[in-house]
Write a protein that binds this ligand. Sequence first.
Ligand code: ADP
Length: 295
Amino acid sequence: MVRLVGVDIGAVATKVALVTDGTLTASHILPTGVDGNAAARRALRKLLETNSLTASDIAYTVSTGYGRRTYSRANRTVTEITAHGEGARRFCAEARTIIDIGGQDSKAISLSEDGGVLNFIMNDRCAAGTGRFLEVMSRALRVRVSGMGEIALQSQQPARISSTCTVFSESEVISLLTNGRDKRDIAAGLCESIAKRVSTLAKSVGVREKVVFSGGVAKNVGMVAALEKELKVKLLVPPEPQIIGAVGAAFIAGRLLGAEPKSTILGTVGEVPVRASPPDCFVRGASEPTIGRTF
Ligand code: ADP
């Protein structure tokens, strides 16, 4: 058995994925906190314990994400762009655009037919348009961030959030609440505000179907609806969108090790079935992107 591990150390959450003989067999997510290396070690320990494995059972480990270089036990590191490209194509072989909204950045990636990265754009300078923005606003609204999407979907009349800055938006939310505005309308307005920002970002690399929406924020159903409305496309959301980078890193580990997976079926994680991809979905020649910019 060839067991490969992908570790995605994000600014908010650390994700690990285990791929066994080409099938995603387990994953684990925990908060990153202040020490990315410690979070990655904890997440991996949990993954190994749960699957009755030890570190020596793992053939190769690739780390990615904002804190990828802090993880001392990785055999190699790859950028988030490369890892997300691979992960999204594992979920859907026909993916041409990936929109990823994480805790502290948002990015759009354009893929070629054979899965190479054509272009990307990333916002990691401003909290507006990221999961952090939603976390700050959920505190102001006194709702859980995981429940914000459902609340937003119940709105009949989304509030207009005019500020583009997180700090000013928070004041705006507090003032809307003070004026008696329904939380559901404010939550929907916040999703619309992020959707507008992220869709502008995505349009700059070109939005071609099929479009995969990944990252922790893709778990927010209000965000999915708002982004679909803004972009006028149907978004494909993986069953566990937050682990796409870790899954991509694990499959890249297979290529680096020279162990082409026998199967490309992603398998199941807990109760969640992960869709199988056609056998040709292994990303060939996906290189570190040469085009692209961050702002
Ligand atoms: P990063 O890689 O930057 O750490 P992630 O892709 O892990 O980011 O996403 C973290 C973000 O996902 C959090 O800031 C939060 O807004 C959002 N999130 C996490 N879990 C949920 C959930 N169950 N429902 C809605 N949003 C969620």
